[in-house]
Design a protein around this ligand. Structure first.
Ligand SMILES: [Zn+2]
Length: 361
């Protein structure tokens, strides 16, 4: 982080000195009282770089609480403006009509392009797993998620979700994060049992695909699972959820069991696949991040134990360092490319075919 910050600032430093690297004090200092530390850093190059205008003067000397880390290589004055906002609007409820209080600076944050918002989403997902007590409703995060989600949702609802679909089918699609589709073989098709489409009910389009919605219903904002009425499948049923237990969606409506097979025509199948990958993009991204953290050993019992006994600040630092590493080695960029590709695919796709979603779905 320190290194990144300096790189962004144009300092020619190839490596942190080992003392900086190892010193808890120094790093902790950075996160605890970023105003102080950043002030010093800024001051350094403000002296020899006229373009960073009076940023240091505007730096508020406030103790920071947990908040999104500075992100994405913007200039530092912008960051400090953000800092202002975050601190001032501390407990404002999400989506509250607080526009009057929103400083202009935040507006510029709000209209930053998606690629600048995306890293916050990844940071959020990493913290969610590594540092669960983080400030998950921080406006910087909420704004990023909202911007990204708006982009996706417009496509999902307008283009691919058919108004002809039966309510139960659409509810299952929306309620469960995963969709599997299998082409029916000739024998299945010729039996005459599935002459109509289970999704839209049209009789002139015989079913050619078997579709299964599975995965545990979850809340869109927290990505936490909805408590199942029979919660014994909580532990192992998260992904497959093939137990057939009655699940409810976020509205408390019963969902068809994850074992239910829908026999659908190819058009409805293709549209449902695309709609599902759009509607559940956050969940898919979350799953990717979770799996990567697991693959990298972060969720091993000894690591969990270690983090449980860390001070909150240290845990936050660990999560921030993972985020930085992912940024530096291109993971976040790659995920963003996938995100864009999902959108592009959906935009370019007609509503009459099939293709696969992203994030390995
Ligand atoms: Zn249909």
């Amino acid at each position: 982080m320190e290194l990144l910050r300096r790189r962004r600032a144009g300092e020619k430093i190839d490596k942190l000195t080992s003392s900086e690297d190892d010193s808890d004090e120094e790093k902790r200092g950075l996160y605890d009282t970023d105003s102080e530390e950043e002030f010093n850093v800024l001051k350094e190059f403000d002296d020899d770089d006229e373009e960073v205008d009076e940023a240091p003067v505007q730096i508020p000397h406030k103790k920071s609480r947990e908040k999104p880390k500075r992100q994405g290589g913007e200039d530092d004055s912008n960051d400090n403006d953000l800092d202002d906002f975050v601190t001032d609007d501390d407990d404002a409820p999400l989506g509250a009509p607080a526009d009057l209080d929103i400083p202009l600076e935040f507006t510029s944050q709000a209209i930053r392009p998606l690629k600048d918002q995306f890293p916050y989403a990844i940071e959020w997902l990493i913290h969610r797993r590594i540092n669960p007590t983080f400030e998950r409703n921080d406006p910087v995060y909420s704004n990023a998620w909202r911007k990204l989600d708006d982009e996706v949702r417009a496509l999902a609802s307008s283009k691919f979700a058919s108004s002809a679909w039966k309510a139960e089918f659409y509810r299952a699609l929306k309620g469960r994060p995963k969709l599997d589709a299998y082409e029916m073989d000739a024998g299945e098709r010729s039996g005459g049992l599935h002459d109509s489409c289970d999704a839209c009910g049209r009789r002139n389009h015989p079913a050619t695909f078997r579709v299964i919605f599975h995965g545990h219903p979850y809340y869109k904002n927290t990505l936490d699972d909805v408590e199942s009425e029979s919660s014994d499948s909580e532990e192992d049923g998260n992904d497959s959820d093939a137990s057939g237990h009655a699940s409810v969606d976020t509205q408390g409506m019963a969902l068809p069991p994850a074992t239910k097979v829908w026999y659908v025509g190819s058009v409805c199948c293709g549209n449902a696949e695309t709609a599902s990958s759009l509607i559940h993009w956050k969940h898919a991204l979350k799953q990717w991040v979770d799996e990567r953290l697991e693959d990298d050993g972060w969720m091993k019992p000894e690591k969990l134990y270690e983090r449980e006994h860390m001070k909150a600040k240290k845990r936050r630092r660990v999560a921030n360092e993972i985020t930085d590493a992912w940024r530096e080695n291109g993971i976040i960029t790659a995920l963003y490319r996938d995100f864009k590709a999902t959108l592009e695919d959906a935009r370019n796709k007609g509503t009459t075919g099939r293709n696969r979603g992203r994030f390995g779905r």
